[in-house]
Design a protein around this ligand. Structure first.
Ligand SMILES: Cc1ncc(COP(=O)(O)O)c(C=O)c1O
Length: 312
């Protein structure tokens, strides 16, 4: 028999998942929505923990607002995983055609499989927001494997001032989208992803160990993400500070030269009144840096300084 196996691959449709590079994830999300969902009734359902700041705007929510799509929000559990009952209730309303889930801080949403089944059941398109999860998705985690659309914020992961990426599970979602920063493909391939992921993971694990051994753990603060999944790669390490000292701790840590952030310190006004526990979390959350420039020898000082400011 002849012609059963060709010498090289030539079928350009096999495993084809089109990718587009942008200046930011939100620019890509805007392109996706504008090309696919121009109808005024195409509602977008998002998680209720979305931040806003004067410099950064509101990430994934900006394009939805800009394009005028109707929107709604579903609740999250205290650790920012999806509250499945509320999600299903909102999907069952029939008001939405697009569901956005966020893999917060690069942690793979644990109910991803169930959420994907719910998206199919209610006939909505699943957008996986991997703004924080590029290295989780490319490193073998399930994050990014279920979404019809996956969005990545490359400037949060690489030392770039700009950069976003959208990939589509199917070419049928590509209508007229266009990259605005195609050269990013070269830029991201010029870094060693495995080494970056390893450094981020080891920084996360080492800081977590130190935090768990502090007597203040469980009383003055709590870990929001106590166990790192085997293939997740963190963007930051989130903790929840008890009481009302978060802003002071944040300020003092930064004054001491430790680049903490609060993701998110202020929520978009559209969720503030309806999701009390999320608003509350936004007043208590603080995130440790774990990125590839964080040197392991500075972690002792980082955690000691944190402990001293917790007790000020
Ligand atoms: C969860 C999440 N999604 C999307 C975005 C948007 O990313 P970008 O700044 O690349 O537009 C951000 C950042 O603001 C984010 O935190």
């Amino acid at each position: 028999m002849h012609g059963q196996i060709s010498k090289t691959a030539s079928n350009s449709d096999n495993f084809f998942e089109p990718a587009f590079f942008y200046r930011s994830a939100r620019e890509g999300m805007c392109d996706f929505l504008a090309q696919n969902f121009a109808e005024p009734h195409d509602g977008v359902l998002l998680p209720a923990f979305i931040g806003w700041s004067p410099n950064e705007g509101s990430g994934v929510f900006d394009p939805v607002k800009e394009l005028g799509n109707p929107f709604g929000f579903y609740n999250l559990n205290p650790d920012l995983t999806v509250e499945l009952q509320d999600l299903e209730r909102k999907l069952a309303s029939g008001d939405f055609r697009i569901l956005v889930i966020i893999h917060y801080f690069g942690r793979t949403e644990p109910a991803l499989l169930t959420i994907s089944a719910l998206a199919d059941k209610y006939g909505v398109l699943l957008v996986e927001d991997l703004a924080h999860g590029f290295f989780s998705a490319v490193g073998g985690s399930e994050a990014g494997s279920f979404g019809h659309v996956r969005l990545f914020s490359l400037h949060k992961m690489f030392p770039f001032t700009q950069g976003g990426l959208i990939t589509y599970a199917s070419p049928s979602l590509v209508k007229g989208q266009k990259s605005t920063m195609a050269e990013l493909a070269v830029n991201i391939l010029s870094y060693n992803w495995t080494s970056i992921a390893e450094r981020r993971r080891s920084n996360f694990v080492d800081i977590t160990e130190r935090l768990k051994s502090l007597p203040e753990c469980g009383s003055k603060f709590e870990l929001l993400w106590p166990e790192l999944g085997s293939s997740d790669v963190p963007q930051t390490l989130p903790v929840r500070i008890a009481g009302d000292s978060r802003d002071d701790v944040y300020r003092r840590m930064n004054e001491a030269g430790f680049g903490m952030v609060s993701l998110y310190h202020t929520l978009i006004e559209q969720v503030r009144n309806d999701f009390d526990s999320m608003t509350e979390l936004s007043r208590h959350i603080i995130n440790f840096p774990v990125h590839q420039d964080v040197l392991p020898e500075l972690l002792d000082a980082l955690v000691r300084t944190f402990q001293s400011h917790l007790n000020d």
